[in-house]
Design a protein around this ligand. Structure first.
Ligand code: ADP
Ligand code: MG
Length: 440
């Protein structure tokens, strides 16, 4: 692939994030994407009475000629359902060629660099994330200089969390028949409806993130095929992708499930096996620049299938040095993710409370969460209703609210950035109160 190109993607109809992801997928293999900018949400341009856009810039290598690249872009636009409206009107996808090496092209059908590039903040902001020093061959200005001129007004990061400022709350949506705390939504007559109602309750109660899971991770849970898992979660992901103000995370360790969920518009992947069950998941997260949570896990795989995937790596609960080993195993997964192209800033860590640890080890992990935070990644803590609370207080799952609250508060004081909980309304209050004390 001999030419370097920058493309601008824009969408303001339908499931916008899904549109961007599908466009990225459809560019391959003729256009090899090397880097993606973060996604921005932007005010409409030109014609103001229309929905907000999502915008992203793609850096890629290609052997296509400029005209063939334009034609491919137009085929992708059509495939994603773009229908002609009016100039600057709404569209499910717009692909513009910003730069093609440093060529200047001026024909009726194609102008490169894109003629309206210099004034458009929604193009320049994501372009500057990738290539601030890129020089416009006609204007002689760098992308950063053009952005300084145009300003950033009307361009906002899309669903991007700033860590440290507050504790974020992740609400658990289990689209399962058998989750340990009895909250599995498949027990309802209309599971999608039940899940949506719970999702909106969570959002109203202050959830910043919704974690959608289609396979229970409790020890005795039934294994679920990728097809079955997708049947459970995809309707919910589709229903929430565009509508939810909260980030949509999908709790899966299977690359095939992660891929379909991201293409349907999910934002994050939460992998409770930290790439050990399915190493291909890392490449899927990297392809779409999706944040990836890596959870430490030494639980005994319940099924032969999973044991096999783990390749005999089950090492049991014996730790000579609990924190040292948890950190080292997490860093192995971080390295694996980076090798597959996941950016460091897209990685989050979870010590995996309750996954192959004794009660004492779980307590120590929470008390020493600062050691995990010191690795330099945002940290998610998931103590909600887990059995270490049950053993400590001698109480069943439905009576572990106070125990969860204590773990959440202390975990925040020790450095947790996100708490993953069932009882969103209560724990959002606990988090806010704790933040008021420790993040003054
Ligand atoms: P815009 O992207 O300006 O909102 P459209 O996508 O509707 O508008 O415009 C598409 C037309 O712009 C196409 O017919 C195409 O031939 C022309 N065009 C000219 N230069 C470019 C470019 N660099 N990238 C994409 N389309 C271009
Ligand atoms: Mg266009």
């Amino acid at each position: 692939m001999t030419h370097t190109v920058y493309l601008s993607l824009g969408t303001n109809l339908g499931a916008r994030l899904a549109n961007l992801r599908r466009a990225v997928r459809l560019l391959a293999p003729r256009v090899q994407v090397t880097r993606l900018s973060p996604v921005y949400e932007t005010d409409p341009w030109g014609h103001l009475d229309q929905p907000h856009f999502l915008n992203q810039v793609v850096e890629a290598r290609t052997d296509l000629s400029p005209t063939d690249l334009l034609a491919l872009g137009q085929r992708i636009e059509a495939e994603l359902g773009r229908v002609p409206t009016f100039r600057n009107g709404p569209r499910s996808l717009d692909i513009d060629i910003l730069f093609y090496d440093d060529e200047v092209i001026a024909t009726d059908d194609l102008q490169v660099p894109h003629p309206r590039l210099a004034g458009r903040s929604f193009v320049l902001v994501p372009l500057c994330d990738l290539a601030p020093g890129l020089v416009h061959p006609q204007l002689g200005l760098s992308a950063a200089q053009m952005l300084a001129e145009a300003g950033r007004e009307g361009v906002r990061p899309y669903k991007r969390l700033v860590f440290g400022a507050k504790t974020y709350v992740m609400g658990i949506l289990n689209v399962t028949p058998d989750s340990f705390s009895g909250d599995g939504l498949l027990q309802h007559g209309d599971p999608l409806q039940a899940a949506l109602e719970q999702a909106w309750r969570f959002v109203e109660a202050g959830a910043d993130i919704l974690d959608i899971g289609g396979e229970s991770t409790r020890p005795s849970a039934q294994p679920v095929s990728a097809e079955e898992e997708l049947q459970r979660i995809l309707p919910l992901v589709r229903a929430l992708a565009e509508a939810s103000p909260a980030i949509l995370s999908v709790d899966t360790y299977k690359a095939a499930v992660a891929e379909e969920a991201l293409l349907a518009g999910a934002d994050w992947i939460n992998d409770v096996w930290a790439l050990r069950a399915d190493p291909l998941l890392a490449g899927v997260a990297a392809e779409f620049r999706a944040p990836l949570i890596l959870m430490h896990n030494r639980s005994k795989p319940a099924h032969a299938d999973l044991q096999e995937r783990l390749g005999g790596r089950y090492v049991g609960r014996h730790y000579a040095d609990l924190l040292g080993e948890v950190k080292a195993e997490l860093l192995e997964s971080v390295e694996q993710a980076r090798q597959a192209g996941v950016a460091g800033e897209a990685i989050l860590l979870d010590p995996g409370i309750g996954f192959g640890k004794t009660v004492e080890q779980n307590l120590e992990l929470i008390d020493r969460l600062g050691d995990i935070r010191a690795l330099g990644f945002p940290v998610l803590l998931g103590p909600s209703r887990k059995s270490f609370i049950g053993y400590t207080l001698n109480l069943p799952p439905e009576q572990r609210l106070e125990g969860t609250a204590a773990a959440v508060a202390l975990g925040i004081a020790r450095g947790a950035d996100i708490v993953r909980v069932h009882d969103v309304e209560f724990m959002a209050r606990v988090a806010r109160m704790t933040d008021a004390i420790v993040r003054r």
